[in-house]
Design a protein around this ligand. Structure first.
Ligand SMILES: [Fe+2]
Length: 150
């Protein structure tokens, strides 16, 4: 029985690793926890604060190709360390796959380091949920979101 369990575990590991390896010209963005504060249907906007810019390109792990029209959803704590509607946004990557969010530097809260939550939904790719961890004093963060093809 234990042997069977190990075999199933080994097969699962191979199944999960294989697509990344097959597509692996561009390292996929590491997923991170969704956390308890995600809400779908955030307002469409590109600014939820001032003083901190997040920008980059949504790319496919297959060939690093830019992906236009990917839906990007953002949520972060407000300056008091609470989640609210003013600090949520939905946007789409442009024709060159680029995006730009203007926001405020996220506060630490509940023992967690400053972070910004993000989800990326690209056509024919797996949804990505991750978090960004800007460093204190940073005014800008450039990051490409690399998603895996379905
Ligand atoms: Fe959070």
């Amino acid at each position: 029985m234990k042997c069977m369990r190990n075999l199933v575990a080994a097969i699962l590991v191979v199944m999960m690793a294989a697509p990344a390896a097959a597509q692996g010209q561009c390292a996929p963005t590491r997923p991170d926890a969704e956390g308890p504060f995600y809400q779908p249907n955030a307002p469409r906007r590109t600014s939820i604060g001032t003083g901190f810019i997040v920008q980059g390109t949504v790319r496919s792990a297959r060939g690093c190709t830019p992906i236009p029209g990917a839906r990007i959803e953002w949520w972060q704590a407000n300056p008091r360390g609470e989640y609210d509607d003013q600090h949520r946004a939905t946007m789409a990557s442009d024709q060159s796959g680029s995006y730009r969010l203007e926001t405020s530097f996220p506060p630490p809260y509940a023992g967690r380091p400053p972070h910004i939550h993000v989800k990326v939904f690209a056509p024919r790719h797996r949804p990505l949920t991750t978090q960004l961890y800007p460093k204190p004093g940073q005014k800008e963060l450039s990051i490409d979101f690399v998603v895996l093809a379905e």
